[in-house]
Design a protein around this ligand. Structure first.
Ligand SMILES: Nc1nc2c(ncn2[C@@H]2O[C@H](COP(=O)(O)OP(=O)(O)OP(=O)(O)O)[C@@H](O)[C@H]2O)c(=O)[nH]1
Ligand SMILES: [Mg+2]
Length: 516
């Protein structure tokens, strides 16, 4: 077979000038060709500019990462409060049902603590205490420093922060678990607490009802199912656990029940019962005897997520509508992944689309993060540094700070994220400050902290240094360190920090456009 040459190229033959072309015809043809070229180049240029503009206006993707209860969803809510305030306000009323559940959870913590105190101390109330029925199910509180994990869960590969082995594994029990002296006064107060617990019985029914609506069967607390790619949860085998459908709880609940049976009446009924119980709720939380027993058992409900007992007067009001602050304080665990869109309303970047991806942070949820590493401009990583004396809810053998450090290290060294900017929030500094001021010493939990001063400035500076060093040691390529000490539930300070984060992320985004 003969190979083709340019001589018999049909296209070249068709475009070739006619063999008998006159000089005038040649001039006209050349002028037309030049005009066609000019137009073609103009079209190319406009396509290039349009592509660039699209990139500049491209969606900025931010991923929120961190362990469970680190404050990811709260950060997202802060973004919503600032950038889509109308929608945020309209949604506030739907948070009431979550706050009701949060209140009941704190009350449960107290009644279980009383019941188990009476049982363990063999007091007269032990067999009859009316709060005992709250004790029937397993109750995990992450607020107690775990003392029962001896020999388990040692982190063998952590050297960046030097934990006290005894503190981590629970060998260092020093405080007595209960007082030895039982006065008549104690007995009288216990009798009063028993009566209160009796009158709080209706809360038990309300808790069961709300739990049916808001808590996935294998969970202990209300949870929101993310709206990420369908199938992810199924792939991970969590499909059966997921009970609260995306967004549906906001219209009164969801789950396996027909929507008609779970309307806003559930929230109204719960509010009515809370209203009727409000004085007993307040008396319970104000009782010095309760405080004493909680202290003996080292339980601090006020450090638990979604703590509203100091606001009982307000949140149990018959016509209670959650405030902005209440929505930020409420606790709703995330299961799965959800993506939220925002549009910048003001400034140079007006119209820029933002996608913020919020993920569930518990250990079981972490495999769902990886598919989102592929297409992300920045990561906001939250490390709740107040949790240095707490353990993970999902694995009480693991210290929370240790988990955050390991997670940060893993994210820093992840090659998929080598070109992504990180912003670190050392979060819950308000709780950290209160904890340090109440006399809890960081050096008891982190040996390498040594004899440094136990104040918030020194402690947060120390953590900043540690996290920054991990980033520079483990990042595959150099990246700038952006670290903030945050109390993400606070509105004013957080607004300033989020504005800085926005600028960092946008600068990075522009840089990537120029490089493209
Ligand atoms: N006091 C205080 N509370 C905070 C702060 N940040 C978050 N919280 C509270 O901590 C709880 C947990 O926060 P979330 O935002 O739900 O945590 P998360 O990281 O989304 O947790 P998962 O969904 O389980 O992964 C909520 O009740 C928040 O109000 C903070 O800086 N200070
Ligand atoms: Mg969350």
């Amino acid at each position: 077979m003969r190979s083709r040459t340019s001589d018999d190229d049909p296209l070249a033959a068709a475009l070739a000038p006619p063999p008998d072309e006159s000089p005038e015809a040649t001039a006209i043809r050349i002028a037309r060709e030049e005009e066609a070229l000019r137009i073609s180049q103009a079209i190319d240029e406009s396509i290039r500019l349009e592509r660039q503009a699209n990139k500049r206006n491209k969606v900025v993707r931010v991923l929120l990462l961190g362990q469970s209860e680190s404050g990811k969803s709260t950060t997202l809510r802060q973004f919503q409060r600032i950038y889509t305030p109308t929608a945020f306000r309209e949604e506030r009323i739907h948070w009431r049902i979550i706050i009701q559940m949060n209140v009941i959870r704190s009350i449960r913590t107290i009644l279980v603590a009383l019941s188990s105190y009476y049982r363990q101390t063999s007091r007269a109330r032990a067999t009859t205490f009316s709060g005992a029925r709250w004790d029937s199910r397993s109750h995990v509180t992450s607020i107690r420093t775990e003392r029962r994990t001896k020999g388990k869960g040692r982190a063998d590969n952590l050297s960046d922060l030097d934990y006290d082995e005894d503190e981590r594994t629970g060998d260092a029990v020093t405080a007595p678990l209960w007082a030895d002296v039982y006065s008549e006064q104690d007995a009288r107060e216990d009798a009063v607490l028993d009566e209160i617990a009796q009158r709080l019985e209706p809360l038990h029914r309300i808790e069961a009802m709300l739990k049916g609506l808001l808590v996935p069967p294998s969970e202990e607390e209300p949870a929101d199912l993310g709206t990420g790619p369908a199938g992810l949860a199924t792939a991970l085998g969590h499909a059966k656990e997921i009970f609260v459908r995306p967004g549906r709880w906001r219209s009164g609940g969801a789950g396996a029940r027909p929507a008609s049976s779970i309307g806003p009446e559930a929230a109204d009924e719960a509010q009515r019962v809370l209203f009727e119980c409000r004085f007993d709720l307040m008396r319970l939380w104000a009782s010095m005897r309760v405080r004493e027993i909680l202290a003996l058992r080292r339980i601090r409900p006020e450090e638990e997520s979604g703590f509203f007992l100091n606001d009982l007067d307000r949140v149990t009001g018959y016509n209670y509508v959650p405030s902005d602050d209440d929505v930020l304080k409420a606790r709703l665990k995330t299961i799965g992944v959800s993506e939220h869109k925002f549009e910048m309303e003001a400034g140079d970047q007006r119209g820029t689309q933002w996608r913020i991806v919020d993920v569930g942070g518990s250990r079981f949820q972490r495999p769902t993060w990886v598919p989102f590493f592929d297409n992300v401009d920045a990561i906001i990583f939250l490390a709740p540094i107040s949790a240095f004396d707490q353990v993970l809810t999902e694995d009480p053998t693991v210290n929370r700070l240790e988990d955050s450090v390991l997670l940060w290290k893993g994210i820093c060294q992840n090659k998929l994220l080598a070109n992504v900017d990180f912003v670190l929030f050392l979060n819950k500094c308000d709780i950290l400050q209160r904890k340090l001021e109440s006399g809890v010493r960081l050096a008891r939990y982190v040996k390498s902290y040594d004899d440094r001063s136990n104040d918030i400035e020194t402690v947060s500076k120390y953590f900043r240094g540690k996290f920054s060093a991990i980033q520079s040691t483990y990042s595959p390529a150099p990246r700038k360190f952006y670290g903030y000490c945050t109390s993400i539930t606070e509105k004013t300070a957080t607004a300033g920090i989020l504005a800085s984060v926005r600028d960092i992320v946008l600068r990075q985004n522009l840089r990537s456009v120029r490089l493209a």
